[in-house]
Write a protein that binds this ligand. Structure first.
Ligand code: MG
Length: 451
């Protein structure tokens, strides 16, 4: 199983993930459907990404829901944020289930639970789900009380939700030429159309649903985006956009065909929101680049750090009434829209920024401070011993998730993995040399403690 910062044996920070039909089976999907149907009485919306195993797992989830008396609304293929927005908007819908492995490789799939306000399940809710899953204390419905299956259309609701929040006229006036790479994932259903409705000239690549992912791996990181970079250059586009498998993330290529770092986009958007609101809080995990904190503080805002994982970022945003939040992987959260990552909302705001400020994307990101981040991992079997040792070694550090030590010119994060017997070490500084120095310091401390 792929589990990052595990909650228990089954649920990771992004629901349940594994190789389809091997680690994540139909039987598990069936029982996960029963868990959701038991926890959230009423209607549950279900959506899936384009993976080959998604129809199989979605059918099992729906069978599970209906067997305990919950009604299912089958939305078909939908981006995860579109499902979340649907659940948030429809009062009678008590929750959602996304069948998706997001950015994971082709052979994976996953199941993620959504709350009635559109947010992902919190850690506590995942723990409760896991307990119920293990106990199998399901109350099966009598023959005349089994749930029913309904079908609904989510697209117009979702697209209008985004269109109502951005300055469509300003964007449309500029007639931007945009290349969109949906990576054959769920973004195919909505993103090319949204760009058209924003008045853009749209060139789409890898934008038909195909669960074999013939063109590229679903993760929209730079090494998977050669075709996008080349196409942006060839057609002289203003912007290139790439999604992951369920389109809750978006990454960008500038008008010169260069990939823009996800951290830089996070900082750019954070700055835009703090400036627009005349201050406010921005929430991001402790693993995010210092460039975010720099621009937020300079614009008069405040940064709030959380452990790694998007549900805890969203939960914290709600708690501190944040103006914006996000992760340094292309997952941005716009609280006025949805307390969850949304790739289509991300590119709509980027286009709005380009239109209102009258600058190409390369100009907009020019002033974001430059840092170098390097990462490594070290085997570690005794995490408690390590954490205790680190507390003694760095008493002044930030213990939000692992240990983060901030310096004037950079920082060091030592974070034990929640699932694997390893510890990850991150270092970031203004120069590569200094980042390496900090990383070496972290390695030395870990080795000293673990012996
Ligand atoms: Mg995703």
């Amino acid at each position: 199983m792929v589990r990052i910062g595990a909650v228990g044996e089954l649920f990771g920070t992004d629901g349940v993930r594994g190789i389809a039909n091997e680690e994540l089976t139909v039987e598990m999907a069936l029982n996960l459907g029963r868990v959701m149907g038991t926890l959230r009485r009423g209607r549950i919306a279900v959506a899936m990404d384009t993976r080959l195993s998604s129809p199989m797992l979605k059918s099992a989830v729906i069978a599970g829901l209906t067997s305990v008396g919950a009604d299912a609304i089958d939305l078909g293929i939908a981006p995860t944020p579109a499902l979340q927005y649907y659940v948030k908007c429809k009062k009678e819908v008590k929750g959602g289930i996304a069948v998706t492995a997001s950015h994971n490789p082709r052979e994976y799939n996953g199941i993620k639970f959504i709350q009635d306000d559109g947010r992902e399940f919190t850690r506590d809710m995942d723990e409760e789900s896991e307990r119920l899953y293990k106990s199998k204390a399901f109350k099966f419905a009598r023959w005349d009380e089994v749930g029913q299956v309904y079908y609904d259309e989510y697209k117009r609701l979702y697209l209008d939700g985004i269109l109502s929040k951005v300055d469509v006229d300003a964007i449309a006036k500029r007639r931007f030429k945009v290349v969109i790479d949906c990576g054959n994932g769920a973004g195919c259903m909505t993103s090319p159309q949204l760009l058209k409705e924003l008045g853009c000239e749209v060139i789409s690549i890898n934008s038909h649903p195909d669960g074999r992912f013939p063109a590229r791996n679903p993760e929209p990181v730079e090494e998977n985006l050669d075709l996008l970079k080349k196409t942006v250059k060839a057609v002289k586009a203003d912007l290139g956009i790439a999604h992951d498998g369920d389109a809750d993330r978006a990454t960008f290529v500038d008008e010169k065909g260069r990939f823009v770092s996800e951290d830089v986009i996070l900082a750019l958007m954070a700055k835009y929101y703090v400036e627009k609101n005349g201050g406010g809080k921005v929430v991001t995990p402790v693993s995010s680049s210092r460039c975010v904190e720099d621009v937020v503080k300079e614009a008069g805002g405040e940064i709030v750090y959380t452990p790694v994982g998007s549900p805890v970022v969203a939960e914290t945003m709600l708690k501190v009434n944040a103006v914006f939040g996000g992760e340094g992987n292309g997952g941005l959260i716009f609280p006025e829209h949805l307390l969850a990552r949304d790739g289509a909302m991300s590119f709509s705001r980027i286009l709005e920024m380009m239109a209102l400020e009258g600058k190409p994307i390369s100009e907009l990101v020019k002033d974001i401070p430059k840092y170098h981040m390097i990462k490594t991992k070290v085997p570690c079997r005794d995490k408690l011993k390590l954490l205790e040792g680190l507390r003694n070694e760095f008493p002044e550090a930030n213990f939000t998730d692992g240990v983060r030590i901030d310096y004037e010119d950079g920082w060091l994060l030592i974070r034990p993995s929640g699932t694997e017997p390893i510890v990850r070490i991150f270092a970031e500084a203004k120069t590569k040399k200094r980042a390496q120095e900090l990383l070496d310091m972290g390695m030395k401390a870990v080795k000293k403690i673990l012996g």
